[in-house]
Design a protein around this ligand. Structure first.
Ligand code: CP
Length: 314
C-alpha cells in the first residue's frame, strides 16, 4: 500500500494482515514490550484540521513506540488560520522531508486530495463523512480479541449513521470479514441505501427500532450524534429514549454482548454513564489501547517496506 485512505477496496488479505499486526502490537501499545526502532530517523506529520483526542494522540504514541519522531499541526497557531489551503499546507510540510502525513479533515475525500498532491504516504485519520479506516481496524481488532473471529457475528452500529465515517469504515471491514451488520438510527439518520455498502460476504441491514436491533447481537457500537455535521437536524428531543443505550436496554441485551463506542461520548444522550463504564461489557477504553496498536500496524506497513527505511539505514 502506498497510502492508507479507506477500508472500502482493501483486499481481505491486506485487512487480515493489518489486523494480525494490530494484535501482535498490543503488548507494545500497552507498554509491556520493548519499543521498536522501525521508524528510527523518520518524521511523521500529524495534520489535524479537525479536533481529535484519541486518533491524534494514539498516532503520536504509535510513532514514539516505533522509535520515530512526530509533530502536530492544527489550525490554531498555523497559517491555516490565515487561509492557507489543505493541499498547500500538506505540500509545504512534505518539503520538510517527512516520511508520512497523517491527515484529518472535515472534507469528505480530503485525504485522497492530499494523497494525490504529495509523494509521501498519506494516512486518513478521518475525512468528513467518508471514512475513518484506522478506527475500523481498532473496532474489529477489539471484537477479534474477544471472539477470535467476526464471521457470522451480529454487530449493531447505532446512531447518526448518515454522518458517520466510523459507520462506513467499520461496516466495510466487518462485512469483508463475514459479519452481519445492523445499522440502526432514526429514519432521518439511516437510509436503506446503506444496505448496498457491503461488497464482502457479510450483510448489512438498516433498522429504525433499537430494541429489535439489539436482539441476538454480539456487540453494539454506539455512535455520537455529530452535531457539528448534522447541525442538530433530524435529532429529536427524545433521542435518548428511542436510540440511547440506557441501563434498561443494556440489561436486555445478550449477556455476552460487548458495548463499544469510538468516542467522544455524549453521556446521557446516546449512552448512559453506567453502561459506558460497565466493567464487564464495556470495551470503550480497550478500544483506545488497541487504537495505538492499529496505528502502529498501519505506520509500519506503509513505511517499513517503502524503501524509506532502506534509505535511512544505507
Ligand atoms: N474516535 C475518534 O476518532 O476520536 P477522536 O475524534 O478523539 O480522534
Amino acid at each position: 500500500m502506498a497510502d492508507f485512505l479507506t477500508i472500502e477496496g482493501l483486499s481481505l488479505a491486506d485487512l487480515e494482515g493489518l489486523l494480525e499486526a494490530t494484535r501482535d502490537n498490543i503488548p507494545l501499545a500497552e507498554g509491556r514490550a520493548p519499543t521498536r526502532a522501525t521508524l528510527a530517523g523518520l518524521v511523521v506529520a500529524n495534520l489535524f484540521f479537525e479536533d481529535s483526542t484519541r486518533t491524534r494522540c494514539s498516532f503520536e504514541t504509535a510513532v514514539h513506540r516505533l522509535g520515530g519522531s512526530v509533530f502536530n499541526l492544527t489550525p490554531a497557531g498555523s497559517s491555516l488560520s490565515k487561509g492557507e489551503s489543505l493541499l498547500d499546507t500538506a505540500q509545504n510540510i512534505e518539503c520538510m522531508g517527512v516520511a508520512a502525513i497523517v491527515v484529518r479533515t472535515a472534507v469528505s475525500g480530503g485525504a485522497k486530495m492530499v494523497a494525490d498532491g504529495v509523494r509521501c504516504p498519506v494516512i486518513n485519520a478521518g475525512d468528513g463523512r467518508h471514512e475513518h479506516p484506522t478506527q475500523a481496524l481498532l473496532d474489529v481488532a477489539t471484537l477479534l480479541e474477544e471472539f477470535g473471529s467476526v464471521e457470522g457475528r451480529t454487530i449493531a452500529i447505532v446512531g447518526d449513521i448518515t454522518n458517520s465515517r466510523v459507520a462506513r469504515s467499520t461496516t466495510h471491514a466487518l462485512t469483508t470479514l463475514g459479519a452481519r451488520v445492523r445499522l440502526v438510527g432514526p429514519p432521518t439518520l439511516v437510509s436503506p441505501a446503506f444496505e448496498r455498502i457491503t461488497k464482502g460476504p457479510g450483510t448489512v441491514q438498516t433498522m429504525t427500532n433499537l430494541d429489535a436491533a439489539l436482539e441476538g447481537i454480539d456487540a453494539v457500537i454506539m455512535l455520537r450524534v455529530q452535531l457539528e455535521r448534522a447541525a442538530g437536524g433530524g435529532v429529536s428531543s427524545d433521542y435518548r429514549s428511542m436510540y440511547g443505550l440506557t441501563q434498561e436496554r443494556a440489561a436486555r441485551m445478550p449477556s455476552h454482548a460487548l458495548i463499544m463506542h469510538p468516542g467522544p461520548l455524549n453521556r446521557g444522550t446516546e449512552i448512559d454513564d453506567r453502561v459506558a463504564d460497565d466493567p464487564i461489557h464495556s470495551r470503550i477504553l480497550r478500544q483506545v489501547t488497541i487504537g495505538v496498536a492499529a496505528r502502529m500496524a498501519v505506520l509500519e506497513n506503509l513505511l517499513a517496506p517503502s524503501g524509506v527505511l532502506k534509505k535511512v539505514s544505507a
